[in-house]
Write a protein that binds this ligand. Structure first.
Ligand code: GDP
Ligand code: ZN
Length: 371
C-alpha cells in the first residue's frame, strides 16, 4: 500500500514538507477509538496513536480536532513511547453537521471524502425533502454528490425515471444512476467511482440496499461489516471496525457511525430556510420564548386559525423546531463543558485518558457508542 492508495495527493504533500523535515510521518486516521485513534501509514501499517497536546490546545472547537479521514503528521514512538499526532493537515473536504452561525457547533462526521453516494428507491423511501438535506450536507462538504435510485427491479421503468427526474431538479449537479443490487443492474457506472485514492461514502435510509450494493460492487474483496478483533500496532485488541477501508483494486470505502446517523440528522439552516414564513410570524408572537403551542398571543397559531397557515405546515414546523431545540441544548452543553474545564484546570492533559474519555463523551453525545 502507498500513501496515494490512501488518498494522499500533491496538496497534502506540499503542506507536509515542514513536518517531513522534523522526521514526522504522514498517516490517515481510519478509526476513532474515543481515547486513541487508529492511523494507517503509507506502508500499510496500522498504529494506535494519541493526540499531541499542542493539537488539542490549538483546536478552538472540537470540529478542529483530528477526525476520521484526516491526514496527520505522526511522531513515531520508540518501544514504549506512544505514537503522537503532532499536526493535522487542512481538510480538502469535510462532511459535517453544522448548526447555523457558530463554528463551535460544527460536528465533523468524516474528513476528506471525495464522493458521497446517496442511496434511495422509487418506493416509500423516496422523499425529496430528505434528499435536499443530503444535498445541503454534501454541498457544504465539498464532496461530489451521486444518487442511486436502487431496487429498480421492483418498480416500472417509468416510475424509476420519474424519480430520477425529480432528483435532477433538486440538484442538477448530482450524478444519478438507476441500479438494482438484486439483479446486478446499473452497477458498472457505480464501480467506476472506486479508483485509487478516492474515498467514497454511502448514505441513505436503512433498508434501501446499501449493504447489498456494496457487497455486489466489492463483495470479493470487502466485507461490509469490516474487520473486527484485529490487533492494532500497539498490540491491543479492538472490537470496532475500521471506518475507512482501502480496496485492493483501488478506492476507499468510508463507513463510520457518523455516516450511519447522517440520515437521522437535520441541518438547522436547511430547516429554517424552509420555514422562513413561519419564522417571520414567530417574531410577532407576544412572548419572546413562545413555544407556539399553548402560549397566549402566538402569531403562528392565530395564523393557523385564521386560515393563513396550513395546519399541516404548522405541525411540520413544530416537529422541526423541536429537533432544532434539542440540537441547541446539546451544543450549549458542549460549550459549557469546555469553558468550565478550561477555567478549572486549563485544557486537560490529553494523555490523561480517562479525562479525555469523559470529555469526549460530553462532547460527542450523538456518536453511537461502540463496544
Ligand atoms: P441497507 O440497510 O441500506 O444496507 O439495506 P440492505 O442492503 O440490507 O437491503 C435491505 C433489503 O433490500 C435486503 O433484503 C436486500 O436484499 C433488499 N435489496 C437491496 N437491494 C435491492 C434491489 O436492488 N432490489 C430488490 N428487490 N431488493 C433489494
Ligand atoms: Zn408563538
Amino acid at each position: 500500500m502507498t500513501l496515494e492508495d490512501l488518498g494522499w495527493n500533491e496538496v497534502f504533500e506540499r503542506e507536509f514538507a515542514p513536518f517531513d523535515q522534523k522526521g514526522w510521518k504522514p498517516a490517515r486516521l481510519i478509526r476513532d477509538n474515543r481515547i486513541t485513534y487508529g492511523a494507517l501509514l503509507g506502508d500499510g501499517e496500522e498504529r494506535e496513536v494519541v493526540m499531541g497536546g499542542k493539537v488539542y490546545h490549538d483546536a478552538q472547537t472540537d470540529a478542529e480536532l483530528p477526525a476520521v479521514g484526516d491526514w496527520v503528521a505522526l511522531e513515531l514512538g520508540g518501544e514504549d513511547d506512544e505514537t503522537v499526532i503532532r499536526a493535522r493537515l487542512a481538510r480538502q473536504t469535510c462532511l459535517s453537521r453544522k448548526a447555523a452561525g457558530h463554528s463551535a457547533e460544527e460536528q465533523v462526521i468524516v474528513a476528506n471524502v471525495n464522493i458521497v453516494i446517496v442511496v434511495t428507491e422509487a418506493g416509500a423511501d423516496f422523499n425529496p425533502r430528505r434528499l435536499e438535506r443530503y444535498f445541503a450536507l454534501i454541498g457544504r462538504s465539498g464532496a461530489r454528490a451521486v444518487v442511486l435510485v436502487n431496487k429498480t427491479d421492483l418498480f416500472p421503468d417509468s416510475k424509476n425515471k420519474e424519480v430520477a427526474e425529480v432528483i435532477r431538479s433538486l440538484n442538477p449537479q448530482a450524478e444519478i444512476h438507476l441500479t438494482s443490487a438484486e439483479k446486478n443492474r446499473g452497477l458498472k457506472a457505480v464501480k467506476a467511482y472506486f479508483q485509487k485514492g478516492v474515498s467514497v461514502a454511502f448514505v441513505g435510509s436503512s433498508g434501501v440496499g446499501k449493504s447489498a450494493l456494496v457487497n455486489q460492487l466489492l463483495g470479493d474483496e470487502y466485507q461490509w461489516t469490516g474487520d473486527v478483533n484485529e490487533v492494532t500496532g500497539k498490540g491491543r485488541h479492538t472490537t470496532s471496525a475500521r471506518e475507512l477501508m482501502v480496496l485492493r483494486k483501488g478506492g476507499i470505502v468510508v463507513d463510520n457511525p457518523g455516516i450511519k446517523e447522517v440520515q437521522m440528522w437535520t441541518d438547522e439552516t436547511t430547516l429554517r430556510e424552509r420555514f422562513l414564513d413561519i419564522e417571520a410570524l414567530a417574531g410577532q408572537c407576544k412572548f419572546f420564548d413562545c413555544k407556539h403551542t399553548s402560549d397566549a398571543g402566538c402569531a403562528i397559531r392565530s395564523a393557523v386559525s385564521s386560515g393563513g397557515l396550513k395546519a399541516e405546515r404548522y405541525a411540520g414546523f413544530l416537529k422541526l423546531d423541536e429537533e432544532i431545540q434539542k440540537l441547541k441544548g446539546r451544543c450549549k452543553k458542549r460549550q459549557m463543558t469546555i469553558e468550565r474545564r478550561s477555567k478549572r484546570e486549563g485544557r486537560s492533559n490529553v494523555r490523561n485518558h480517562s479525562d479525555r474519555l469523559e470529555l469526549e463523551q460530553e462532547l460527542r453525545p450523538w456518536r453511537t457508542r461502540r463496544i
